[in-house]
Write a protein that binds this ligand. Structure first.
Ligand SMILES: [Zn+2]
Length: 260
């Protein structure tokens, strides 16, 4: 039986292309997630700054509430002061009022510092929002490009798969079966070209007798070391220097001058 070397080699090329397209497709979700994380990060910076501003405002409101309640206490002391009978009591309340008033001053100082801090946070928010606006467009465009690329890879994969389906009927079933088995077992590479007299994938020398059989092209020879289907690319003349007649038989693609 003739061995469908031409088609088997094409099958190998198509399978390699499908494998590389599959790995490109597998990388797409990760690439999109990475862009989403960048978009999220720009939003997070704005959110965090806004949270800081909100907590600053709450702190100030709480302190203003505290001042209000202290002022009520002072008013109460002042009413008591009007009702006291002795000088001693009067002085005691006066001291109390002064101490309470001092607490208000400390709190007001803190409020002032918080207001200054709030100005900085507001500037941060504005800067973060500007950065977000300028990066968002770029990142969304990046995402659209990756999505478009995925569509293109998918259609290349579909084309390669239909090319594969078209090749299969051209190869005897037994040879397809053997190819598929080795393809799965050998990490997606079932075919190995013999260059000089070596298996190009594992570099094992092919015994001269096997090499003769291989060149005759009537039987499948597996590499004795790596187990792949060996193939020999014939040349136009004597077969000693292989050239890819299988890939292209067009003279225009052949850089070596040859006689007709
Ligand atoms: Zn080998």
């Amino acid at each position: 039986m003739d061995i469908a070397f031409d088609q088997l080699i094409k099958l190998q090329h198509v399978d390699a292309e499908i494998a590389s397209l599959v790995s490109l497709l597998e990388a797409v979700p990760g690439r999109l997630e990475a862009i989403d994380r960048k978009i999220q990060a720009t939003t997070d910076v704005v959110t965090q700054a806004k949270d800081r501003l909100a907590s600053n405002q709450k702190k100030r409101r709480d302190m203003e509430g505290e001042i209000k309640s202290i002022r009520e206490t002072i008013a109460k002391y002042k009413r008591q002061q009007n009702e006291v009978k002795s000088n001693k009591e009067f002085e005691a309340i006066k001291k109390e009022i002064a101490e309470t008033q001092a607490r208000i001053e400390v709190i007001e100082e803190t409020i002032l510092n918080e207001m200054i801090a709030a100005d900085d946070v507001e500037k941060e928010i504005k800067a973060a929002q500007a950065a977000q606006a300028s990066q968002e467009g770029t990142l969304k465009a990046e995402k659209a490009a990756v999505t478009a690329e995925r569509g293109e890879i998918e259609s290349r994969k579909t084309a390669a798969e239909s090319e594969r389906a078209g090749l299969l009927p051209l190869i005897p079933a037994e040879q397809v079966k053997l190819y598929n088995r080795i393809h799965v077992k050998k990490g997606g590479i079932a075919m190995s070209q013999v260059t000089d007299d070596f298996c190009s994938l594992c570099q094992m020398r092919v015994r001269p007798q096997l090499l003769d059989e291989l060149i005759a092209g009537k039987t499948i020879i597996l590499c004795e070391a790596c187990g792949r289907i060996l193939y020999w690319l014939k040349t136009a003349d004597d077969g000693t220097s292989p050239s890819p007649v299988i890939v292209s038989s067009s003279p225009a693609d052949d850089s070596e001058p040859h006689e007709v």
